[in-house]
Design a protein around this ligand. Sequence first.
Ligand SMILES: Cc1cc2nc3c(=O)[nH]c(=O)nc-3n(C[C@H](O)[C@H](O)[C@H](O)COP(=O)(O)O)c2cc1C
Length: 329
Amino acid sequence: MANLKTTFAGLELKNPVIAASSGFTASPERCKKLEEAGVAAIVLKSIFEEQIAEQTQKWLGDDLGEAADSLAAYVRGDVLNTYINLIKSVKAAVSIPVIASICCSRLGEWSSFAKVIEDAGADALELNIMSVCTDKEYVYGSFEEQQVDIYSAVKAAVNIPVVIKLGQGLTNPVATVNSFYAHGARDIVLFNRHYQTDIDIENIKPVSGEVCSTPADICERLRWTAICSALIPSVNFAISGGVHSGSDVVKALLVGARTVEVCSALYKKGATAASEMLSGIEDWMNRHGYDSVEQFRGKLNAGNISDETSFERTQFFAAVHSNHYNIEY
Ligand SMILES: Cc1cc2nc3c(=O)[nH]c(=O)nc-3n(C[C@H](O)[C@H](O)[C@H](O)COP(=O)(O)O)c2cc1C
């Protein structure tokens, strides 16, 4: 039998398939099903900065009087307690590692939250630092600096490994990863999927775009993982985004990722998506004569291929002129 073992976030994992943070990981029952389907670890649904702000706003309305601060503190305590209960109930339900998740965009009180989350028994903590920058006076690089500051504050507060889940659309993910690395980060997920916006042209209003990814979404992640894992080999990478089959997991491993964090495939197919992925990886390894993941992981990262520009190509010129896609031009 093929050995699918790998490591990520200081955890020994029986295979590379991790259930990503989402509603699918928001209850012990669902997490148990994911464990039965074979996932190696679970990232719990995030505790959200927005969740606290929205709940406070709902209760307070426009009243920003004296009660505001104490109500906000009460809401924070309430949201945090609910999250602690989630960690404890999932830890009691499964025997695989459980990674808690915080979604935030400002420093705030996340370092004290992180300590409470560690005390509740989480095996690691993932930080999902996302925001849409629209400041006209924006100073280039300041968003990334702020992310590193949040990471450093949280990291200093806990002993469990802290994973960074980066959002898409960074100008230079290599520099961002390197900056986190310089501040002690060793485990990075490329990339979170942003809420998608779309337009309903009949009712003439903005609406939510497609919630789930498609396999095409993996391509940008393969590019950046291939480059980052070659240039910053001491960082452990996970790919999240567009992983829908065993073949997609194999692609992620070939470019140097240690694990994948899967969400949309679970929403589309249920927990069996994970067991199908695992048999897909094993099948590929058997056909190619590999006994363990480490024998082929990183074989196609940017440092291990003869044409290192493959991952840096931005124009379609070569592909079109080789007529690889049978396109008329
Ligand atoms: C419905 C839904 C809910 C999600 N909730 C969270 C969340 O709470 N925290 C988080 O870090 N990512 C969240 N994500 C992002 C996923 O964890 C994952 O990184 C992203 O969807 C890309 O993986 P995929 O292509 O397999 O869906 C969510 C995604 C979806 C579709």
